[in-house]
Design a protein around this ligand. Sequence first.
Ligand code: DUC
Ligand code: ZN
Ligand code: ZN
Length: 475
Amino acid sequence: MDLLIKGGKVVTAKSTFKADVAVTNGKISAIGTNLKPEAGTEVVDAKGKLVLPGAIDGHTHMAMPFGGTISTDDYFTGTRAAACGGTTTIINFETQPVGVKMSKFLKEKLELAESQGPAVDYSIHMGVGDVTTQEMLDDMAKVVDMGVTSFKVFMVYDFGVDDGQFYATLCKAKEIGALVGVHAENKNVNDYLVKKYLSEKKISPWYHYMSKNEAVAGEADERAINLAKMAGAPLYIVHLDNAQGVAAVAKARAEGYPIFAETCPQYLYFTKEVYKDGRPEFKLRPQDFVCSPPMKGKESKDALWDGIRNGVISTLSTDHCPFLKKEKDWGKKTKDGKKGNFTTIPNGCAGVENMYPFILSEANKGKITFNKAVEIAATNQAKLFGMDYCKGAIEVGLDADIVVYDPKKRVVINNKKNQHGALDHTVWEGVECKGYPCAVFSHGKLVFDGKDFVGKQGAGSFVKQKKVHHKGPSF
Ligand code: DUC
Ligand code: ZN
Ligand code: ZN
């Protein structure tokens, strides 16, 4: 036995109980009361603390080219930040360029990730950029064989799919044991509104929200669900942000369809008002909050919380995609010195370090149970993406990715003082967390000591996803 976490309360998706947790060779080797350390075993006193599985952030964009730049965190700095927030696995999006086979592209991205040296484990979702030929579509099977069984299509953006390509991707995924995620927004209406607002000289970040409003997202959520039903395939709606979409997911799940949804902390905490005002008390401007999809109104925020409580929403992830303040300013003056507008702001915000502390803090305040927080931030992610053979729970045989959480510790997010990514600001600045991780282990090795990153660059490795065959709404 290498490590013994003693006297804490273990929290799983289903139950909470007092137990010691033993770790041998990076795996959880025993869970029980009064476990005795062996000679040389490191003992961690967890009295008064919760012992949780490390979170899985199923939605990050590390080192992603976007809008003339590249997101600020790479596979190392992003996973360093993740580790210091109790997230011990990320699933990063890599989107296939037009004309390049997904399997070839995946090989290149796995090499890139390894060269950057992730601090904790990572996996990849394959963004679908080109399924215009049968050959490209058939190549999805190779990607599955390489250990990536999750794909994402975009209903917006130039590289997005039309409904026919979306349908074909769903059918192929069902055949090969994969799950398709979707970024659901109505492209034609979004494009029309962007043109209209720009022609009316309405160029501020508020019009980013207006052109991607509740109805633009809600219609696409409903259509995506209909396409999945037509294909008889499971579907995963990423970053669900609106009440209409929550209702559509609830209905499809009640009918027995394997429709799953993810939401993100930003949709549970902020509202569209940030695009008018920013958060000036923390020197955050409206453009700093520009991400896609944008935050919505209070009705949607409330519906998302209800969706978490009643099981309509299965997972919580971040869409972590950080850009520097000077890049966020491209909405005023572009990189080339031209007059900017809301479409010239790189889309995305930081969050990978904040997800677990945020949702656990909400649990600590009584908004949801700790079991629910663990379920949506760790256990369900592992099950949905075929990683439950090694991740997502405190269970004998699984990787010892463990968070010791102090419900009494208070941390106010301060980008300069207590955040560990590469970004020069965070939209989470000034947010107070009631409770915080005081120790984080990846494969039984300490990576966060409650203050600093103490892990190693390159310690993380690629986690293969098993084939998945989700047949109904539960798993
Ligand atoms: N949304 C973002 O905010 N950034 C990157 C891609 C996306 O869909
Ligand atoms: Zn997206
Ligand atoms: Zn995203």
